[in-house]
Design a protein around this ligand. Structure first.
Ligand code: PHB
Length: 575
């Protein structure tokens, strides 16, 4: 951070966000507290207290001596994406355009002197780089950047020139290949020398050398201003071409850019523009219409986020309450589209106004929020907190820590499965280290009707579909205990639907029983099932009821919450 912290800034919140940012920026998902101390410049004891607090808030997870970000961290980026209102209004149009053109389409917003992706509608083609929601590109290296730069103030242009000078090879942009190759290097070097020769004050336009990266970009900005569009002819890497148009809100401000991306094996930059522009323009019209029709947001809910205050009592000085409260404020700003007043923020978080105000000042100082006449608004920089990286987590990676905690509690194996055709398919599994255990691996399939997870998944279907399934599949008596008639299974599914769980006692394999509950998303839709499997000898009804079912339900709730957090704007599917 360049500017010094304002007096009112909340230091623990600054430090907590510094730790999350350092975790997100490191190429390895695992970090040791000592590494974090080095990267953030914080004292080791400070890192420990910050990490303890973040672990208790469910934002970091410790695994041995390592720390990892949890999917819950995506809640911050999700807060930005919800409050800006753009994905909600525009993503369906981007997806439709990608279908019509059969090319990748993206939406990006300006983020300081960078360009941040908020929607990706990719085509399944091998393209060397493909960007994720949350990735940040240097403005001068992509099509949207020149469009956004047409609106830069002198101060914003200076910020860009300073960044070019201090990071000529784009190492601060991990999503793009670093500038290499002699041409780029030479040009980057020339720019450094040129910029270094300017002693003080703002850098004059005349100081930019013809043929430099800076001069090329300024030329592209001029063209964007004149033509209203921008083209990327392999600025990121050989082969990648793109064309972008600005999307304006009803006030006429450019809020984002719509890009169509292709490859030189299919299009030159010029032929892509000719091919895509008519449909892109129609899409931009539809997008601008959608933005003009967005109704004013309803008032924010009374309480949206508040960490569990018992944590402070439990952990005493080891828990940084002002960090927890500040993160509540960040999340609260996502509860409503547009800006949120100080009074609403204080009400939503249950914090005194003075406390909420200091947290907001801190977020503003760090570039995560902007003060506007009607309150505070989240900024896309919030996505730097691990959004792109965490969006790549697989279902197994998301579920495994929760299954492991469950297994540690019940000492039996636990799994997550989805319905795949007429079967269930295992997507995550953690085995108990007992000698006698049930051995199944990820990818294993079983007929849904004969398994507890299959029964809760089938129970979630509308009744006609359940019956359809039972009539369509061949029912076998896999063991002497298997229910293999339509009426018996229809009763079992109705019971599972009513109870919210299912028990299968030696119906799939003799000596094996399994209890399952549904995993639901934030709308209560069943998206998967979780189970505990155990030898029938240990599966008494009492044990299952009293000691297995409650922690199984809790694990399923946590898995569902994490899956929903990851999928909320990325649309990622359970795999
Ligand atoms: C992309 O969406 O991947 C994209 C967009 C614009 C560019 C390059 C890539 O200039």
């Amino acid at each position: 951070m360049t500017a010094p912290s304002p007096d009112e800034s909340v230091r623990p919140l600054e430090r907590g966000l510094a730790v999350l940012r350092a975790m997100a920026a490191d190429p390895s998902p695992r970090q040791r507290p000592s590494d974090l101390a080095r990267e953030t410049g914080l004292a080791r004891s400070t890192v420990d207290r910050v990490a303890t607090t973040l672990v208790r808030l469910g934002l970091l997870r410790s695994d041995g001596r390592d720390l990892l970000l949890t999917p819950r961290v995506m809640g911050f980026g999700n807060a930005y994406l919800a409050s800006c209102g753009l994905p909600e209004a525009l993503t369906p149009h981007a997806l439709a355009l990608a279908d019509r053109l059969d090319e990748s389409v993206s939406i990006a917003v300006p983020d300081q002197d960078g360009v941040r992706f908020i929607t990706q509608a990719p085509r399944r083609r091998s393209m060397a780089v493909s960007f994720r929601i949350g990735d940040l590109l240097p403005a001068e290296r992509c099509a949207p950047g020149a469009l956004f730069a047409t609106r830069w103030t002198e101060a914003e242009r200076d910020r860009w020139l300073t960044r070019r000078r201090t990071d000529p090879l784009d190492s601060g942009f991990p999503a793009v290949p670093r500038r290499t190759g002699t041409g780029d290097d030479r040009r980057a070097e020339a720019a450094v020398i040129e910029a270094d020769s300017i002693e003080t004050g703002s850098i004059e336009a005349g100081s930019i050398k013809a043929g430099s990266i800076e001069a090329d970009f300024e030329e592209r900005v001029r063209t964007a201003r004149e033509t209203g569009l921008s083209v990327d002819d392999q600025l990121i890497e050989p082969g990648l071409v793109a064309v972008a148009l600005p999307v304006r809100d009803p006030s006429g401000a450019t809020v984002c850019a719509l890009s169509v991306v292709s490859h030189t094996s299919r299009h030159t930059a010029t032929s892509l523009a000719q091919h895509a522009l008519p449909r892109m323009r129609a899409t931009v019209d539809a997008m601008e219409h959608a933005l003009s029709r967005q109704t004013p947001p309803p008032p924010p809910p009374d309480t949206v986020a508040a960490f569990d205050s018992s944590l402070k009592e439990e952990l005493g000085s080891g828990f940084l309450q002002s960090l927890a409260r500040g993160l509540d404020v960040l999340r609260a700003l996502g509860s409503r589209r547009g800006a949120m007043s100080l009074a609403d923020t204080a009400r939503a978080t249950g914090l005194p106004r003075a406390t909420a105000r200091r947290a907001l000042i801190t977020l503003q100082h760090l570039g995560y929020a902007a003060a506007e006449p009607d309150g505070y608004r989240l900024l896309p920089r919030v996505m730097d907190l691990g959004f792109a990286r965490l969006s790549q987590l697989t279902t197994a990676q998301i579920a495994r820590p929760h299954l492991a905690a469950l297994v540690a509690q019940v000492h039996e194996s636990a799994s997550v499965a989805v319905l795949d055709g007429d079967d269930i398919r295992y997507v995550a599994r953690v085995t108990a280290s007992r000698i006698m255990r049930v051995d199944i691996t990820v990818g294993t399939r079983f007929p849904a009707y004969a398994t507890s997870m299959g029964r809760v998944l089938l129970a979630a279907l509308p009744e006609p579909e359940r019956l359809d399934h039972l009539r369509r599949v061949a029912l076998h008596r896999i063991t002497p205990h298997t229910k293999a008639t339509v009426p018996a299974l229809a009763r079992a599914l109705a019971a599972a639907a009513g109870d919210g769980w299912a028990l299968v006692d030696q119906e799939l394999e003799e000596g094996l029983c399994s209890v399952a509950v549904p995993v639901t998303d934030d709308h209560g839709r069943v998206i998967a099932a979780a189970n505990v499997a155990l030898p029938a000898s240990r599966g008494t009804a009492d044990r299952i009821h009293d000691t297995v079912l409650p922690p199984l339900r809790e694990a399923a709730r946590r898995i569902g919450a994490d899956l929903a957090e990851v999928a909320r704007f990325t649309g990622s599917r359970i795999r």
